[in-house]
Design a protein around this ligand. Structure first.
Ligand SMILES: Nc1ccn([C@@H]2O[C@H](COP(=O)(O)OP(=O)(O)OP(=O)(O)O)[C@@H](O)[C@H]2O)c(=O)n1
Ligand SMILES: C[C@](O)(CO)[C@H](O)COP(=O)(O)O
Length: 229
């Protein structure tokens, strides 16, 4: 399989992280968080180029045409993550065929391991696509408004979804458009594809592929950056 383009949704506000700028531009190990993510993606031999979707009013993204010798294209994202991903799909170079697989990886996940990307591309490329994830290993509780446990949920067959996720370009764009037309905000690409009858392959990946979401995640991500590649 030829190298794939990767859409990087980076148009979020990072509300849960707080700070004076969106989390993807906050400092992590001496550089903006997004730089770690983009450099790690660009260094992967399975990735041909990066399509970064940023907010229309973004004043932090350091524009560049290449990263790590790979092409980098910037487009404007949307008000929801799924809209940013769809905008990215539409901005891919004309040479990316409709049936070509593309990856989608959160800018907020800087610790993704190269070996996990390799496994995803190898395994999910044999079917209709898939995503990195990890089976739930803790007991799952349902809480009430007062944070009291009111039930213990079944854990069997439940996974946490990560990124990258990988689907064929036109099929994913179609699925995202269908969800948007139905007024459904999908949490990830796999959910949009499931709505069209696809059963994405879950590929177990490292649990240190964290999504930096809250202030506490920055210290953990900094620790993990030194241990993952
Ligand atoms: N409209 C949006 C919302 C999110 N994202 C991106 O999707 C990824 C995962 O989303 P999340 O962790 O929820 O980021 P935010 O939406 O920025 O976080 P918050 O909900 O705390 O504001 C991030 O890289 C974020 O930049 C995006 O491209 N466009
Ligand atoms: C796509 C995702 O990273 C899968 O876990 C996650 O859903 C995106 O984060 P959000 O906070 O739900 O936007």
């Amino acid at each position: 399989m030829d190298a794939l383009w990767c859409v990087v949704p980076a148009a979020g506000k990072g509300v849960r992280a707080g700070g004076d700028r969106p989390k993807q531009y906050q400092w992590l190990a001496g550089r903006p968080l997004i730089d770690h993510t983009l450099e790690r993606l660009a260094a992967h031999p399975r990735i041909a180029g990066l399509l970064v979707a940023i907010a229309a009013d973004d004043t932090h993204f350091a524009a560049t045409d290449t990263i790590g010798g790979k092409p980098l294209i910037v487009t404007v994202g949307g008000s929801e993550r799924s809209a940013s991903v769809l905008a990215g799909l539409h901005a891919l170079p004309a040479g990316v065929a409709d049936d070509e697989f593309v990856l989608v990886h959160d800018a907020a996940r800087p610790c993704v391991r190269a070996v996990d990307i390799e496994r995803l591309v190898e395994l999910a490329g044999k079917g209709e696509g898939g995503l990195l994830g990890a089976p739930l290993r803790d007991t799952l509780k349902r809480a009430d408004a007062g944070c009291h446990s009111i039930a213990t949920e079944a854990r069997d067959g439940r996974w946490r979804a990560f990124t990258p996720q990988m689907f064929r370009r036109a099929a994913l764009a179609h699925a995202l458009r269908l969800a948007a037309e139905a007024g459904i905000v999908v949490s990830d690409e796999a959910m949009a594809m499931e709505r069209t009858g696809v059963s994405p392959l879950l590929v177990e990946g490292s649990e240190d592929n964290i999504k930096v979401t809250t202030p506490a995640d920055f210290a953990l991500a900094e620790f993990l950056l030194g241990r993952t590649r």
